[in-house]
Design a protein around this ligand. Structure first.
Ligand SMILES: NC(=O)c1ccc[n+]([C@@H]2O[C@H](COP(=O)([O-])OP(=O)(O)OC[C@H]3O[C@@H](n4cnc5c(N)ncnc54)[C@H](O)[C@@H]3O)[C@@H](O)[C@H]2O)c1
Length: 407
């Protein structure tokens, strides 16, 4: 039996896909409300294909519980935020989950950490917990790091098709856990050591952050000197070895905007491009605010209450709002352009989380003269003509109406 601990955006689909491929799975989360909801047959977030996977897993006997189970394999996928001061990983959730596992697990069990962690985390934080419980790591309890690469919006497909990394102390345990993931994963599964697996995952997200930052910095440079960044990127990308990304309003989510900080925190003075990229991407919401003011002035708009932000999530077609550029912007808006005054709407966010949040596209459009496209949800892409007559500031380059304003 596999006990998956932490049933959030990563743990739930992982537990479901294992169960739907014939594994005996219990999903554990300390959030009672979440477990009750799953036991009532409801999925806890919107994701393409998740409900189908859920139904299949339930048919195959998956259980959801608040309790940790006695078994030989645990997969832990709890949050790994960073400490805002030190920028280092805050391993408290992983440590606490492993402590709880230690209370029930038998000798010989394998504990797989799926949560993203920087190099050395298992050595520094997890092995001591095993030892403190009277076990010898690598002999009584085996430790594995199996980071996750899936992207919200395409999780179910990517779970099956992405390649994966497994970091283990010895090859035999690596092979044992590879067999577990091979039950559903059609991609290559590479076995390596734990530190390499930890570093690889963080490096992947850092690579993305740096590339996004480059595009965003170009947008700022081009805006400052009246050049069209999109046309420049389009032409530059015709070079066979150039692939510049599209600028945007900032970086959100639980991964790209978080993981590079781990390297900044752990390698101060060495992680220089990484730090600069984080600052550039974190600065984008403020740049968008500045652009809104410029465009309002240009268009003779004076009433901030008639400016509308479309999109609250950190990416298109998902309901995850963590660290989203729109939320960052609303926090940073001050005085003249107060976050409490602008109108906001997102079709995926039905719970009210900010002031002036509309529940329909129509009511949102009725309340605004200027629409700032913060997220390229399919809804707005498919209804772009409804924006005609509005001043449109498109931070995602998805709107092809005439006179649209860009970054
Ligand atoms: N969300 C993503 O797109 C994504 C992608 C790749 C990797 N990751 C990584 O996966 C990990 C999990 O992220 P997430 O987005 O699924 O987080 P999440 O916040 O959606 O879910 C975490 C779950 O763990 C539960 N939990 C926390 N501590 C617990 C404990 N001690 N015992 C039982 N349950 C506990 C919480 O109640 C929550 O339901 C993080 O390290 C993240 O960086 C996330």
């Amino acid at each position: 039996m596999i006990n998956v601990i932490g049933l959030g955006y990563i743990g739930l689909p992982t537990a479901l896909i294992l169960a739907s491929h014939g594994m005996d799975v219990v999903g554990t989360d300390y959030n009672e409300e979440l477990v009750d909801k799953l036991n009532r047959g409801e999925v806890t977030f919107e994701e393409k294909g998740l409900k189908g996977l859920f139904d299949e897993a339930v048919r195959n006997g998956i259980e959801f519980s608040n309790e940790y189970k006695v078994t030989d394999t645990y997969i832990i996928s709890v949050p790994t935020p960073y400490d805002k001061e030190s920028k280092k990983v805050d391993a408290c959730f992983v440590v606490s989950a492993v402590k709880s596992v230690m209370k029930v697990c038998p000798k010989g069990a394998t504990v797989v950490i799926e949560s993203t962690i920087p190099p050395g985390t298992i050595e520094k934080f997890i092995r001591p917990v095993i030892e403190a419980n009277g076990f010898v790591p690598g002999k009584d309890i085996h430790l594995v790091h199996a980071p996750e690469r899936i992207i919200p919006g395409n999780m179910v497909y990517e779970l099956e098709h992405n390649s994966r990394t497994i970091g283990a102390d010895d090859a035999e345990i690596g092979e044992k856990i590879k067999a577990v993931y091979s039950s559903f994963c059609k991609g290559d599964i590479v076995i390596t050591d734990i530190r390499t697996a930890e570093m690889t995952k963080v490096v992947e997200n850092t690579f993305r952050d740096i590339n996004i930052a480059f595009a965003n910095e170009l947008a700022k440079i081009c805006r400052s000197d009246d050049m069209d960044v999109y046309e420049i990127i389009r032409i530059a990308n015709m070079h066979p070895r150039v692939n510049i990304l599209t600028p945007g309003p900032g970086v959100g989510g639980h991964c790209i905007s978080v993981d590079p900080w781990f390297l900044v925190g752990d390698y101060p003075g060495l992680a220089n491009i990484i730090l600069a990229a984080r600052k550039i991407n974190d600065g984008m919401p403020r740049f968008v605010i500045h652009r809104i003011s410029q465009i309002m002035k240009e268009k003779g708009l004076t009433d901030v209450r008639r400016v509308g932000l479309y999109g609250l999530t950190y990416k298109e077609n998902v309901d995850d709002v963590r660290e989203s550029p729109t939320l960052q912007m609303l926090e940073r808006m001050e005085d003249g352009l107060s976050g409490g005054l602008v109108q906001v709407y997102d079709p995926y966010v039905t719970k009210k989380i900010v002031p002036n949040q509309h529940t329909t596209f129509e009511s949102f459009l009725g309340a605004v003269d200027m629409v700032v496209i913060m997220v390229g949800h399919d809804e707005i892409k498919q209804n772009m003509n409804m924006l005609s007559g509005k001043v449109v500031f498109d931070t995602r380059k998805i709107c092809y109406l005439p006179d649209v304003h860009r970054l």
